[in-house]
Each structure stands twice: as structure tokens, then as C-alpha cells.
Ligand binder design. Structure first.
Ligand SMILES: C[S@@+](CC[C@H](N)C(=O)[O-])C[C@H]1O[C@@H](n2cnc3c(N)ncnc32)[C@H](O)[C@@H]1O
Length: 224
């Protein structure tokens, strides 16, 4: 699949199914189009159910289609704790996707070492593991911060780091007509709660904030 064929597929097939993730997936692939070959994508939380576009997002399927549109050695590494999920994912993607079963915090450093051996950088780090409970986002958002810690030494300033399930959170008060007035600035919530705080503290460049949130310049130097 060539690049224009990917975009035709994305516009006609994927975009109408992606619901609240369409705009940010489009921004992800537009960004990757600016990055030179060979593209490497690392993901936590693989696609676990065929055709679940609006619910989960089908990220691994999207990334597989994208790397197939780049030169031959573009690849995806994805890690998931659940053997059921990784088995289901295997049936949905090509051999350009390397699927790891295990705890992402433990497996990400191994992927980083392998990429170092192969002389590969990470162009997109997509974090979407540990299912989020919007009523109690802390366990999931702490896990996503741990994922960032476990792979941060492999990031470079151009690595796009994206966290799914990151709608903004703010306080609002209804007026006499029940119109909501914001009484606090919206901040990134959900899975990215602590990653977003870290990103702000280190002066990362916010690229977009929709249902997914993405930054570059989470690190200032390339360490390896
Ligand atoms: C929301 S789903 C991923 C959806 C997928 N990104 C998509 O777009 O279709 C979250 C996945 O994270 C996995 N998960 C939960 N805890 C994990 C952990 N500690 N390490 C790796 N994966 C984990 C779950 O098994 C589940 O398959």
C-alpha cells in the first residue's frame, strides 16, 4: 500500500468509523508523514477486538496499515498483558507488527534494547494499556506514567508521544438558565493525567489535545 492509498483508505474507511479519535489519529499520521524512513511505532495496549473502531480505536490495525504504506522496513511493536488480546491482534495485522505478551512496564525496556541493537529510533510512542475507570483514573494514569519512565531513555525530541482516553477535565457551575460556566482551566485527564503534568513541567511541545493527547520534545536530547 502506497502513501496515497493509505490516505484514501483512512479517509474512506477508517475516518467515518473512528468517532472522537478521528481528528487526532489524522494528526498522528500527518505528523508521521513528515518523519523520514524507517518509521518505528511502539504501542502499549493492542487492538483486542475486530471492528471495534469507535470503542477502542483499532490502533494496531491503523498503525499496521500506515507502516505498510512506508518503505519495507517500517515496523510496529505492540505489547499487551492479555494473551487473549495479543492472539486476537495477531489475526488482524501483518508481519510488520511485532506482538509482545506481558506487562508493558517490564517489556518496554526490552523493546528499547532491541531497537538500539537494530539502530532504530522511536517515531511514535502510543500509550493505551490499563483500562481507564473515569470515576477512579489514578491506577490507569499512574501506570501510563510508569510506561513513560520505562522507555524514556529511548525517546528523542521528535518522538511523538500520544496517550489515548485523555479528555480534558474542568470544574463547571450551572447558572440560573442551567448554562454551564467553566470555573477552572481544562486540564488533560484520564490516562494522561500524570504524563501531562510531567510534560508541562519539562516544557514539552503540546501537538494536540482532543480525546487523545500528543507531545513532542518530551526529552531534549537523544541518549541512545
Ligand atoms: C483499551 S485496550 C487497547 C485498545 C487498542 N489500543 C485499540 O485501539 O484497539 C487496553 C489494553 O491494555 C491491556 N493492558 C492492561 N494492563 C496492561 C499492562 N500492565 N501491560 C500491558 N497491557 C495492559 C489490556 O489487556 C487491554 O487489551
Amino acid at each position: 500500500m502506497k502513501r496515497h492509498a493509505f490516505w484514501e483508505w483512512f479517509d474512506e474507511y477508517a475516518a467515518p468509523r473512528l468517532a472522537i479519535r478521528e481528528i487526532s489519529f489524522r494528526k498522528i499520521f500527518e505528523y508521521l508523514d513528515t518523519i523520514q524512513d524507517p518509521i518505528t511505532i511502539v504501542e502499549t495496549g493492542c487492538a483486542r477486538q475486530a471492528d471495534n473502531w469507535a470503542g477502542d480505536g483499532q490502533s494496531t490495525v491503523l498503525f499496521d496499515q500506515y507502516v505498510k504504506s512506508r518503505i519495507a522496513d517500517a515496523i510496529v511493536h505492540t505489547v499487551d498483558l492479555s494473551p487473549e488480546a495479543t492472539n486476537a491482534c495477531k489475526a488482524m495485522v501483518s508481519d510488520k507488527v511485532f506482538i509482545h505478551t506481558g506487562d508493558s512496564v517490564a517489556v518496554l525496556p526490552r523493546i528499547a534494547r532491541q531497537l538500539n541493537t537494530e539502530g532504530r529510533r522511536i517515531d511514535l510512542l502510543y500509550l493505551d494499556s490499563y483500562d481507564l475507570d473515569w470515576q477512579n483514573p489514578t491506577p490507569s494514569s499512574v501506570h501510563h506514567l510508569k510506561e513513560l519512565v520505562s522507555i524514556i531513555s529511548k525517546l528523542n525530541p521528535d518522538t511523538l508521544v500520544v496517550v489515548d482516553d485523555s479528555a480534558m477535565i474542568c470544574r463547571a457551575v450551572a447558572d440560573a438558565e442551567n448554562k454551564l460556566n467553566l470555573i477552572s482551566e481544562p486540564v488533560a485527564g484520564g490516562k494522561s493525567t500524570y504524563v501531562a503534568q510531567y510534560a508541562a513541567q519539562v516544557g514539552a511541545q503540546l501537538r494536540f489535545s482532543h480525546y487523545q493527547i500528543g507531545w513532542t520534545n518530551l526529552v531534549t536530547d537523544t541518549w541512545s
